[in-house]
Design a protein around this ligand. Structure first.
Ligand SMILES: Cc1cc2nc3c(=O)[nH]c(=O)nc-3n(C[C@H](O)[C@H](O)[C@H](O)COP(=O)(O)OP(=O)(O)OC[C@H]3O[C@@H](n4cnc5c(N)ncnc54)[C@H](O)[C@@H]3O)c2cc1C
Length: 495
């Protein structure tokens, strides 16, 4: 059984926002401070998320460091009872890297889980994590034993329970979202019961909670599958942009591939013309695996080029040349699976107080990828937004979660934009996001929910057809709507 050091209260949670300083955006506009509480003009407690664009006044903010046990359950029951007495909502968060206030209860009781206990169960091929454990703590527990998370995001800052609640995915292949690797969760319900949910026990609640954005209960701990850590070597293939979806799908299905992703050229002159597929297979040498470093040197070198791309087409061209030309040689050596995923968000952090990083993600049927590329060419360069990066992953079918974004195999296109912190840029981003979502829905795809809430209500229901059923069942199991966040108010409340 391993126990890993906990972050200091609040300092840890704030540090996960990458040391972002408060930034001015107008008198009543947000400052960017992760979960660090701020006072607004009236002295109210205001929390924010990673976008810096979701300032939300809350009644209280409690950081819980207790292990998943009776003490933690009692503290959660107290939160629920106090909230009920005051007629307030409750929402739990971990790193609050979702970008639309998904972990923020307007006027309510915000709870941050900072309990990082991880217990590997090698005989079962699983680990048990307390809800606030971050992936960096999971890797720290598994790596010395030769194990690795089966599916997680591309960065290690996020909470494990939060990952289940957004049903995140990553680039380990050929898997579906992370929820598929979760055996069971324990959670405190709105009725005050501490229940276990799995595919065998409370199966509906399990499937609703997977990708249910914390609206069904407060998770205390969960059991998740792991796989052997291995030394991997990459293969690089340069393909036409429109063919990249099919090439990535073929790569992940190829013999022995354990990790794979794609990249697209984002220079304006050759927008999405060329693509790269990078696929990792086990090395012949699996002896004496080195410990996973917290961040690889290549990532730090790349940061300078990555950030210099903002408003600079020459640097974008240079970056693509490096990635497509030199990358296969410079970064092409053997590396362990854990080293590849043990990367903090802060490595690529934007240190410009006038801008914020905004992610988009679209899930596209493999056969429609060429149409998607054409849609992006029509929509993105016509906006004022600065697209710095597109990474592609393969996501296998998720037929379990009620709010599934992958009803069939999908190519996930993750886009990282650098957005000005101005009202004009926000309005332009909202318009462009809606235009892209329309195109993606037309080709049978979907968009990812943890990012900015720019989709219309109609787009949301079209992308997530079980949303009305989710909202109706939520009202049955939580009739006082005790668990609410901005995602509920933005999209589900009206259904
Ligand atoms: C730089 C960056 C890279 C990313 N990369 C990826 C990626 O590769 N793949 C991917 O799929 N996603 C990715 N994401 C999205 C990310 O997975 C989500 O934003 C996720 O929510 C982040 O985890 P968190 O700890 O910040 O969650 P939070 O924002 O704190 O919470 C997310 C949701 O989970 C709920 N929740 C959290 N803990 C609990 C609990 N104990 N009980 C009940 N509900 C809970 C919250 O209420 C909220 O609704 C990325 C985001 C960023 C900013």
């Amino acid at each position: 059984m391993a126990r890993w050091g906990r972050r200091a209260v609040l300092v840890g949670a704030g540090a996960l926002a990458g040391g972002w300083a408060a930034r001015a955006w107008g008198p009543s506009l947000p400052s960017r401070a992760g979960t660090v509480p701020l006072g607004d003009a009236d002295g109210a407690l205001v929390l924010n998320d990673a976008s810096g664009l979701s300032p939300t006044p809350v009644a209280s903010h409690t950081v819980l460091v207790e292990d998943a046990g009776p003490l933690l359950r009692n503290k959660l029951l107290n939160e629920i009872e106090d909230a009920a007495a005051a007629g307030q909502p409750v929402a739990v968060g971990a790193a609050r890297h979702s970008m639309g206030g998904h972990a923020l209860p307007p006027g309510g009781r915000a709870v941050t889980f900072d309990n990082g206990f991880v217990e590997p169960r090698q005989a079962a091929g699983t680990f048990v994590a307390h809800a606030g454990a971050r992936w960096s703590q999971v890797i720290a527990a598994l790596d010395p034993l030769g194990w690795s998370p089966k599916v997680m995001q591309s960065n290690n800052d996020f909470g494990v329970a939060a990952t289940f609640c957004v049903n995140a995915h990553g680039w380990p292949a050929p898997h579906g979202p992370m929820g598929a690797t979760v055996r069971s969760v324990r959670m405190v319900t709105a009725a005050g019961e501490w229940v276990t949910c799995s595919r065998e026990e409370n199966a509906d609640l399990f499937a609703m909670t997977m990708g249910g954005y914390g609206l069904t209960g407060l998770i205390t701990d969960l059991e998740v599958e792991m796989v052997p850590n291995r030394r991997l070597v990459p293969d690089f293939a340069d393909v036409d942009g429109a063919d990249l979806g099919a090439a990535l799908a073929a790569a992940v299905r190829a013999e022995g591939v354990e990790m794979a992703y794609g990249r697209l050229d984002v220079t304006r002159a050759r927008f999405f013309d060329r693509g790269l597929v990078i696929a990792y297979r086990p090395d012949a040498d699996q002896d004496a695996l080195p410990p996973a470093p917290g961040s690889r040197w290549m990532s730090h070198v790349s940061r300078h080029i990555f950030r210099a791309q903002t408003g600079n087409e020459t640097v974008k061209r240079l970056r693509w040349a490096v990635e497509a030309g030199i990358g296969p040689f410079a970064g092409g050596g053997a590396v362990t699976r854990n080293a590849l995923i043990n990367e903090p968000v802060a490595t690529l952090d934007d240190r410009d107080p006038g801008r914020t990083d905004i992610l988009h993600e679209y899930f596209v049927p493999v056969e429609a990828f060429g149409v998607f590329v054409a849609a992006c060419r029509a929509v993105i360069p016509a906006s004022y937004q600065e697209l710095l990066n597109v990474t592609l992953r393969y996501v296998d079918t998720d037929a379990e979660s009620w709010l599934s974004y992958a009803p069939g195999p999908r190519i996930a296109a993750v886009m990282l934009f650098s957005q000005e912190m101005t009202r004009r840029a926000e309005a332009d981003m909202a318009r462009m996001t809606r235009a892209l979502i329309d195109r993606v829905l037309d080709l049978g795809g979907s968009y990812y929910l943890p990012y900015r809430p720019h989709a219309t209500q109609a787009q949301f229901v079209r992308a997530y057809p079980r949303a009305p059923e989710f909202a109706a069942r939520k009202r049955e199991i939580d009739p006082d709507l005790r668990f609410r966040n901005r995602f509920w108010h933005d999209y589900l409340e009206a259904l």
